[in-house]
Design a protein around this ligand. Sequence first.
Ligand SMILES: CC(C)(COP(=O)(O)OP(=O)(O)OC[C@H]1O[C@@H](n2cnc3c(N)ncnc32)[C@H](O)[C@@H]1OP(=O)(O)O)[C@@H](O)C(=O)NCCC(=O)NCCS
Length: 172
Amino acid sequence: MTTSDPEPHASPALAVRRYARPDEPWVRAWFRDPELDRWLGPLDDNWCAHVETETTGVQLVVEHEGRPIALVGVEWDPLGDRHAVTDVAVDPSRRRSGVGRVALDAALAWSGHPAATGWVAFVDPDNAVALGFFDALAWTAGAVDDGLRCMTSPAGCAHRGVRAVAGPRPRG
Ligand SMILES: CC(C)(COP(=O)(O)OP(=O)(O)OC[C@H]1O[C@@H](n2cnc3c(N)ncnc32)[C@H](O)[C@@H]1OP(=O)(O)O)[C@@H](O)C(=O)NCCC(=O)NCCS
């Protein structure tokens, strides 16, 4: 990324797009990884059908040079406060190489999200790696609610929302 990049959260080498049915085989292959299956599985037919048709959020595929490197799920807050990151899954063969960090940044900067003031993520309190991951990205650990720890994004993570096709965006 260069300093003149107009979107500081996006890397030119990364592409972010919606999950689609042809993705299912490689996603299923990733979920054969025990860690992924333990924390985000099981991946079943209901999940695949849900993410293809959902309208209250989006499952995003982050690609590097045309190859999927991460999956990031988001549930949108209808009030436009904090959208929720429901899942972050890095290609199991590429963990701990900085992929999660850049992929989450790119997914949160995706231009298709409605406007929001920030983000939360709900993490199993036993998932020390995921807690350490969000902590390393300066997310703040909050209370455990319904068995999951609420992590909140740092200040400055607001999203402007889906871009207008034409005309000025209302301010305020
Ligand atoms: C959690 C997950 C997304 C992290 O992705 P990743 O690409 O491995 O993470 P990164 O390499 O970008 O690491 C960023 C920081 O997170 C922390 N971190 C990541 N993995 C870690 C590990 N195994 N142990 C300790 N710290 C870790 C480190 O501070 C790291 O920074 P550093 O490498 O400079 O020390 C990945 O492990 C994963 O897909 N896990 C299975 C699914 C899951 O549990 N998802 C989270 C629940 S939503």
